[in-house]
Design a protein around this ligand. Structure first.
Ligand code: PLP
Length: 384
């Protein structure tokens, strides 16, 4: 059975160009980039090139790029660094709709005695800038707000929010794990101090990430040890993965504009087709302002998990807006923060496309998805 992969916000396929770029560094080019000899030196040059490729994608300077092991490490490091360099400040600002890589870290720091403001969202997932302006204070060590939401795809007003933080002299971090490669980001125009990205969301492998740290800012490493990454992240560089991420960044830089348009057209076709064929469903999130590849659709009175299981039998990979925790199917924190009605939130499914999604994939899903909902509604314990 063919796999129709519509779970690209969870992870993406490694691009063939990325794999080819990596292979020599898993084979004969195994030197340590920090070595004095030329065997290691040539590997060091590959790391430099990758750093330049990532910097070019973001409009950053190469020495502002710190390679990490994943998006989660980048998020942890950003928050850690802001707190450690400003021990006199005790307040942090984030949102209720962050990924656990930020949310759980904030909750940790709350237990450690910091005060955290969790900004709320409206029914479409939009933030309230007045609430944000009120929360910013002299005591705020860091604002950490995601660039785009992994579940519903909403894009947040990072330009405006970062400007407001800068006016108040407050550090600003954005978790751009879902946004990089899908929407343009130019750090020459965007006054954020730190930005996280993750390789496996942009067709590089899992286990490689980046933290951008603006030149001149005070920084404290999270991982201490050797002097790699200019003393900002210890550990011998993961050369093959860094090279792979560099190639993935180059592909995103060169082709993002055309891919965005193509992917959004397919996503819109898929979404409109489902809304037309299936009664009692609605789109979650801000359809006017979201990532081009993401569609989160709520089907009234059906279990998201049941939908996923049936889609899986048809070879369709998707993701749901609920998490099965200790037997109770709780809707996700994002949908709860948005106030999506219970009987819709439960039946929410995220479909996320990529450059590899085809017209045939969309046609197959449109042909088969309506039958899944019909079957489940026929046996649903909910009253339809
Ligand atoms: N932040 C967001 C918005 C994400 O979607 C993810 C992964 O799903 C992460 C952080 C964590 O990234 P990683 O899996 O590389 O640790």
């Amino acid at each position: 059975m063919k796999t129709i992969y519509l779970d690209n916000n969870a992870t993406t396929a490694v691009a063939p160009e990325v794999l080819s770029a990596m292979l020599p560094y898993l084979g004969q080019l195994y030197g340590n980039p920090s070595s004095m000899h030329s065997f290691g030196g040539q590997v060091g040059e590959a790391v430099d090139t990758a750093r330049e490729q990532v910097a070019a994608l973001l409009g950053a300077s190469p020495d502002e790029i710190i390679f990490t092991s994943c998006g989660s490490e980048s998020d942890n490091t950003a928050i850690w660094s802001a707190i450690q360099t400003q021990p006199e400040k005790h307040h942090l600002i984030t949102t209720r709709v962050e990924h656990p890589a930020v949310l759980n870290v904030m909750q940790y720091w709350e237990r450690e005695g910091r005060h955290v403001t969790y900004l709320g969202v409206d029914g479409k997932g939009r933030l309230d800038l007045d609430e944000y302006a009120e929360a910013l204070s002299e005591d705020t060590a860091l604002v950490s707000i995601m660039f785009a939401n992994n579940e519903v795809g909403d894009i947040y007003p990072i330009q405006k929010m970062a400007e407001m933080a800068r006016e108040r002299g407050v550090l600003f971090h954005t978790d751009a794990v879902q946004a990089v490669g899908k929407t343009p980001i130019d750090l020459r125009q965007l006054p954020v101090d730190m930005l996280s990205l993750s390789g496996h969301k942009i067709h590089a492998p899992k286990g490689i990430g980046v933290l951008y740290a603006r030149k001149g800012m005070r920084f404290r490493p999270f991982l201490r040890g050797g002097h790699q990454e200019r003393g900002r992240r210890a550990g011998t560089e993961n050369v093959p993965y860094i090279v792979g991420l560099g190639m993935a960044a180059k592909l995103a830089h060169d082709f993002m504009q055309e891919e965005r348009v193509k992917v959004a057209l397919l996503r819109d076709k898929l979404e409109a087709g489902l809304l037309e064929r299936i009664p009692d469903c609605m789109v979650n999130g801000d359809v006017e302002n979201r990532l081009p590849n993401t569609s989160n659709i709520a089907f009234k009175n059906v279990e998201g998990e049941a939908i996923l299981l049936m889609l899986d039998r048809l070879g369709i990979c998707a993701s749901s807006g609920s998490a099965c925790t200790s037997g109770s199917l709780e809707p996700s924190h994002v949908l709860r923060a948005m106030g999506v009605p219970f009987n819709y939130a439960h039946g929410s499914v995220r479909l996320s496309l990529s450059r590899y999604t085809t017209e045939d994939d969309v046609a197959y899903v449109l042909e088969n998805f309506p039958g899944v909902i019909e079957t489940l509604r026929a046996i649903s314990p909910f009253k339809n």
